[in-house]
Write a protein of this length. Structure first.
Length: 317
């Protein structure tokens, strides 16, 4: 009888285990922009382990994304490297774990204007957004052309969305901003690309990156690795399938012809190495010289290269 009761109890236990709800599959919250150069998170779902999900939250500026990350509302977010450096310089516990995009910037002048070189911008009005990566690149371009940003030109604060109109109406003579606005100016006939402001001996082509909190790395490193894996695989897939990339980017509101031109000035990315970090340090030095930051961050704490180093692109999602 005791043996029968034991068997009955064991059978009941096994039945209970078999009907118990399974542990909830992981769900990730990712922040990014709706632009062609920050598109990869919208494809993470295709490259996550089976059963896991990603919810993408679009933002319009990196400050709001970083705030949501630190508040615990996001697990990972896109950012500009300039904003990551600024945040870290203030002691905020953010860590860059993957690149997001390179290039994406251009210096634009009027199509029918006489300016043919950066040196010819002397005495001109140039639209810019203070405290951005584009301001750093603009000042670098002017300095290399022998011009003082403070004395030789007039820098005019203009919102990114208004730069094209300001140039077309003659309120400014040039602007430096990110895609797709330079390509829009060209496609609509009022703008001409004067220069792509990339200098390999300083800042180079670095631009955007993926950011997490230090707490997530310390407590859940596998979560970070899973997201970096998905980011790397999505990036490589889009780099190899231009149509898939631009078809999705078109849904964000930019016409396909503009995207076709802008794509030549956009590099989707995920890899980081020592050279990448050195270019970020050069960016930080320029930011401090401009007064954007008061002190340099601890770059060993800001960049964690372990996760991109452990990516296996051939692995199944």
């Amino acid at each position: 009888m005791r043996r029968l009761i034991h068997l009955l109890n064991l059978t009941l236990l096994l039945c209970l285990l078999g009907t118990a709800p399974a542990q909830a599959a992981a769900s990730y919250r990712i922040g990014t922009w709706k632009t062609a150069q920050t598109i990869q998170p919208f494809f993470y779902q295709d490259y996550l382990p089976a059963g896991e999900t990603a919810t993408i939250f679009p933002f319009t500026n990196p400050a709001d994304q970083k705030t949501a990350l630190l508040a615990g509302s996001l697990d990972m977010t896109g950012t500009t490297l300039a904003h990551a450096i600024q945040s870290a310089s203030m002691g905020q516990p953010v860590v860059v774990v993957a690149a997001l995009c390179n290039k994406c910037s251009a210096l634009v002048v009027r199509q029918d204007g006489p300016i043919r070189s950066a040196a010819e911008l002397k005495g001109k009005k140039i639209g810019y957004v203070p405290g951005t990566m584009h301001e750093i690149l603009l000042r670098e371009t002017l300095s290399r052309a022998g011009l003082s940003p403070e004395k030789d030109v007039t820098l005019v604060r203009v919102d990114f969305f208004d730069m094209g109109t300001a140039l077309a109406q003659g309120a400014i003579d040039a602007f430096l901003s990110g895609e797709p606005f330079p390509s829009m100016a060209v496609a609509q006939g009022y703008g001409r690309i004067l220069a792509y402001p990339y200098y390999d001996d300083s800042v180079g082509t670095i631009n955007g990156a993926m950011l997490v909190t230090r707490e997530l790395i310390e407590k859940h490193p596998q979560t970070v690795q899973t997201l970096v894996n998905a980011h790397a695989r999505a990036t490589e897939a889009l780099r190899q399938d231009r149509s898939r990339w631009l078809e999705r980017a078109q849904t964000f509101g930019t016409p396909r012809p503009v995207l076709e031109q802008a794509a030549a000035n956009i590099e989707l990315s995920w890899r980081m190495d020592a050279a990448f970090v050195n270019q970020a340090k050069a960016l930080g030095a320029r930011m401090q010289a401009l007064g954007v930051i008061e002190r340099q961050p601890d770059y060993d704490q800001l960049f964690d290269l372990r996760f991109v180093g452990q990516v296996k692109l051939s692995s199944a999602p």
